[in-house]
Design a protein around this ligand. Structure first.
Ligand code: ME8
Length: 671
C-alpha cells in the first residue's frame, strides 16, 4: 500500500543578506514538521529555497556594485550552510533563477491568460520595494500638479506591512482579475475553517477580502530583473506571483514528464510562513490556484514574529541575532529546542540569551541530561549493563509512570498535530519530571545491593521512559536524541523507529544495553559562551544523593571566610515557590509591577517588583518563581508589598525572574 504523503514548504527567502533568526525559525518549524511526519511513517517532501528576482534584489545588487546573479550567488551558500548546520533536511532547495522554475512560472501565467483572467491596463500608485507590494492605487495622474509639488513628490501612504515609505509608480501592466474571486474565497474560508492555523488569524484575512478585492497588477515594465512575461517580454512577471508559484514548480508544475510528481505532492499539506506575508498566501495564492484550476494547499501555518528585547530585529538597532554565531556558542539542538519551546507559534515571541541559557541549564542539562547520566552511571557502578524488564514485578510508581506515558503520547501527538510545539514540549517535560521523581523516589543507590530485582525495575522504567522521550523529541533534537538512544544501546533508524501506532511506545517490554556517552548537554559550554562562570551544578553523575542532601543547584562561588553565614542565618529567610496569577503596571511608577502570587496553602499575596523595564505584565502571568515570604511588608508607591520575588540580572542588565520547575507545588518552602 502506498504510504501517506506529507508535503511541507517554507517561504522562499530574499537573498539580500545572510539568513537571520526569523528565516531560521520558519525553516526549523518546517523541518520539525517534516520529521514528525516521517516518524509517523509518511512519505515526506520538504521544499525551501530563495526568492531571487525583483526590484529589491536588483537595487541591493546595484548598491553592492555587482550583477544581480553574482550578488545572489554570493549569499545562497550561506543559506544552505546555515540549514546544514541546524540539521535541516530539506528535499529540494528551490532557487527562482533556476530554469525549471522560470518555465513553470511562465506556464502558470500562460494558463491564466488562456483562461481569460488577465488583461492589460495601467497601474498608477504607491509601491513598497522592500516588501515588493503594490500599496494603493491612485486615480489621478501621479505626475500631475495635484500629485506633485514642483519636483517634490507628495508623501504617499506608508506600507501597511513594514511601515516604510512608499514611492509612486506609473506604468503599463497586466492585471489578474482578483476581484472575480471575492465570493469564491469567502466560501472557501467558510468551508475550510482549518485552512489557516492558528484559526485566530482567519479573521484578518476574511475582513480584508470582505472589504472588496481589487484586480492585481502582475507585471512590471520598469523591473528588468525578473521572469519575462509570456507573450510580452517587455514586461516581467510581478515577483510575488512568480515567487508563490515556486510551491508548485518545485514539485514539477509546468515541466513535461513531471505530471506524476506534481500529482503525488500537490496540494501541499502545510505551508509555513510568517504573519507578515499572510495576505499573499491566504488571498492571492488561493485565487491564482483557483483560476488555474489547481487544488489549494490544505493548511497555512502562520507563525508570529520573533523580537529581540521586545523590539523588531534591525541592523540600525544592532540587535540582529546571527544564527551561525548562536549555533557556535550553544550548539544545534539546544537552539532548535529553545526556539520551538520558548516561542509560542501563535504569538510574537521575545528572544533572549538569558532564556536560551536558562532552557539549556534547566530543561536540557538538569532535567534530561542528568537523568540519563545518573541512571547509566548508577547501573555501571553496580555492574548492570543489560537492563531487562522484570516479569511479575510491579511497583506503584512503575504503574503510575506507565499510565503517565499513555497520557503523554496522546497529549504530545495532539499538540504536534495542531502545530503547538511549545505545548507539546511542555507536556513532554512534565513526563521527564515524573520520570525523575519515579527514579529518585526509591533511592535506587540504596537498594541496588539489597533488592536487585527492584533496582532492575527502576532502571527498566527509566530506560523505557527515556526511550519514549528520545523518539518523541527526535523531530526537535535529532542529533542529541540519536546520541541518547546510543546510550540505551539503540541505533536510531527511521524505518525501524517510525511508529505505526504511537501507543506502541508505551509497551514497556524492551531490553536495553547501556553505554556511557559524553555528557549530552554541556553546562560548561554556557560558561565559555558568555565568557563568565555561571551556575555550576553538582553533576549528579554516579554519586548517590545522600538523604537530606539538597538537589538544588549549588552556585560555585568563592566566599571569603569572613563572609560565611551560618545555617541559622540561612534558615531565617523563608523562601517559597509561587505562581504569578495576575500582574499589572503600577500607575505613576515607571519601575513597579504589581503581582498577585499564588503561594499554595499560604494563600495569595500582593507582591511588588521593580522590573517593569524588563517585562510586560502579561509575560509574567503563569511564571513560577521563588518568593521571600517573611520579609516585613513594605509600602511602595502607596501600596503594600507582602514579599519579594527573586530575580537575577542578565548580561544586558535586564531582570530575569528566577523560575522554578512545576514539579514542586506552590507554597513549598525551600530548604
Ligand atoms: O517575504 N520572526 O522573504 P523574506 C519570525 N521572499 N519570522 C521571520 C522574521 C522574524 N523576525 N523575519 C523573517 C519574503 N521571518 C518573500 C517570501 S514566499 C513565496 C516569498 C520569516 O526573506 C517569516 O517566515 O522577507 C517571514 O514570512 C519570512 O521570513 C520572510 O522572508
Amino acid at each position: 500500500m502506498a504510504k501517506n504523503k506529507f508535503y511541507v514548504t517554507t517561504p522562499i527567502y530574499y537573498v539580500t543578506a545572510k539568513p537571520h533568526l526569523g528565516s531560521l525559525y520558519s525553516t526549523l518549524l518546517a523541518d520539525a514538521l517534516a520529521r514528525w511526519n516521517k516518524l509517523q511513517g509518511k512519505d515526506v517532501f520538504f521544499l525551501t529555497g530563495t526568492d531571487e528576482h525583483g526590484q529589491k534584489i536588483a537595487q541591493a545588487a546595484e548598491k553592492a556594485g555587482k550583477l544581480p546573479k553574482d550578488f545572489i550567488d554570493s549569499f545562497v551558500p550561506d543559506f544552505k550552510n546555515a540549514w546544514q548546520l541546524y540539521d535541516i533536511k530539506y528535499d529540494k532547495f528551490m532557487r527562482t533563477t533556476d530554469q525549471y522554475h522560470i518555465k513553470g512560472a511562465q506556464h502558470l501565467v500562460t494558463v491564466l491568460i488562456d483562461k481569460g483572467y488577465i488583461y492589460k491596463s495601467v497601474y498608477k500608485g504607491w509601491y513598497c520595494t522592500p516588501c515588493e507590494t503594490f500599496v494603493a492605487e491612485i486615480t489621478e495622474d501621479p505626475t500631475s500638479p495635484e500629485a506633485t509639488k514642483g519636483t517634490e513628490v507628495v508623501q504617499g501612504p506608508s506600507c501597511p506591512t513594514c511601515g516604510r515609505d512608499t514611492h509612486i509608480i506609473s506604468e503599463e501592466s497586466y492585471f489578474f482579475k482578483l476581484s472575480a474571486f471575492t465570493d469564491k474565497l469567502l466560501a472557501f474560508y467558510q468551508n475550510n475553517p482549518d485552512f489557516i492555523a492558528p484559526k485566530e488569524r482567519t479573521h484578518e484575512v476574511t475582513s480584508f477580502v470582505e472589504s472588496g478585492l481589487k484586480d492585481l497588477s502582475i507585471s512590471r515594465t520598469t523591473v528588468r530583473w525578473g521572469v519575462p512575461f509570456p507573450q510580452d517580454p517587455l514586461h516581467t512577471i510581478y515577483v510575488w506571483v512568480e515567487a508563490l508559484s515556486n510551491y508548485i514548480t518545485g514539485v514539477g508544475y509546468g515541466q513535461p514528464g513531471c505530471e506524476n510528481e506534481l500529482r503525488k505532492w500537490w496540494p501541499a499539506d502545510v505551508q509555513v510562513l510568517g504573519k507578515d506575508i499572510i495576505r499573499f498566501h491566504a488571498v492571492y495564492w488561493p485565487a491564482l490556484l483557483m483560476a488555474a484550476d489547481l487544488p489549494l494547499p490544505k493548511r497555512l501555518l502562520v507563525h508570529g514574529w520573533i523580537k529581540v528585547d521586545k523590539q523588531k530585529m534591525s541592523k540600525s538597532l544592532g540587535n540582529v541575532i546571527d544564527p551561525i554565531e548562536l549555533q557556535k556558542k550553544y550548539g544545534t539542538d539546544p537552539i532548535r529546542y529553545y526556539l520551538l519551546r520558548q516561542i509560542p507559534i501563535n504569538q510574537d515571541g521575545d528572544f533572549s540569551i538569558a532564556d536560551v541559557e536558562n532552557r539549556i541549564e534547566s530543561d536540557l542539562a538538569n532535567d534530561l541530561g542528568n537523568l540519563l547520566n545518573r541512571m547509566v552511571a548508577l547501573a555501571e557502578k553496580h555492574g548492570v549493563m543489560h537492563v531487562v524488564p522484570q516479569e511479575g514485578m510491579t511497583r506503584v510508581s512503575s504503574l503510575c509512570l506507565n499510565a503517565d506515558a499513555f497520557v503523554l503520547v496522546e497529549e504530545f501527538a495532539g499538540h504536534m498535530n495542531n502545530y503547538m510545539f511549545h505545548h507539546a514540549l511542555a507536556t513532554l517535560w512534565k513526563f521527564i519530571h515524573a520520570t525523575n521523581t519515579s527514579f529518585h523516589e526509591v533511592e535506587p543507590w540504596k537498594i541496588a545491593k539489597t533488592d536487585p530485582q527492584m533496582f532492575m525495575t527502576v532502571l527498566s522504567d527509566t530506560c523505557h521512559s527515556l526511550y519514549m522521550i528520545a523518539i518523541l523529541l527526535w523531530p526537535v533534537m535529532p542529533h542529541k536524541m540519536e546520541e541518547l538512544l546510543i546510550s540505551l544501546g539503540i541505533r536510531f533508524k527511521l524505518e525501524e523507529h517510525a511508529f505505526k501506532n504511537i501507543d506502541d511506545l508505551c509497551k514497556w517490554n524492551k531490553t536495553f544495553t547501556l553505554k556511557k556517552i559524553p555528557t549530552l548537554f554541556e553546562k560548561q559550554a554556557l560558561a565559555k559562551a558568555t565568557g563568565e562562570v555561571r551556575h555550576s551544578f553538582s553533576d549528579g553523575g554516579p554519586e548517590p544523593i545522600e538523604e537530606g542532601q539538597s538537589m538544588l543547584p549549588q552556585e560555585e562561588v568563592k566566599v571569603s571566610q569572613d563572609n560565611y553565614i551560618t545555617i541559622d542565618d540561612v534558615m531565617k529567610v523563608e523562601l517559597h515557590t509561587g505562581t504569578i496569577e495576575a500582574c499589572e503596571a503600577v500607575e505613576g511608577s515607571d519601575k513597579l509591577l504589581k503581582m498577585t502570587v499564588d503561594l499554595g496553602s499560604m494563600g495569595k499575596r500582593t507582591i511588588l517588583a521593580g522590573i517593569r523595564k524588563s517585562y510586560e505584565p502579561a509575560e509574567l502571568i503563569g511564571k513560577r518563581g521563588l518568593f521571600i515570604t517573611n520579609l516585613k511588608p513594605r509600602k511602595m508607591a502607596g501600596m503594600e508589598s507582602q514579599g519579594m520575588m527573586l530575580v537575577a540580572e542578565d548580561e544586558n542588565g535586564n531582570s530575569r525572574v528566577v523560575q522554578f520547575p512545576e514539579l514542586v507545588k506552590n507554597g513549598v518552602r525551600l530548604k
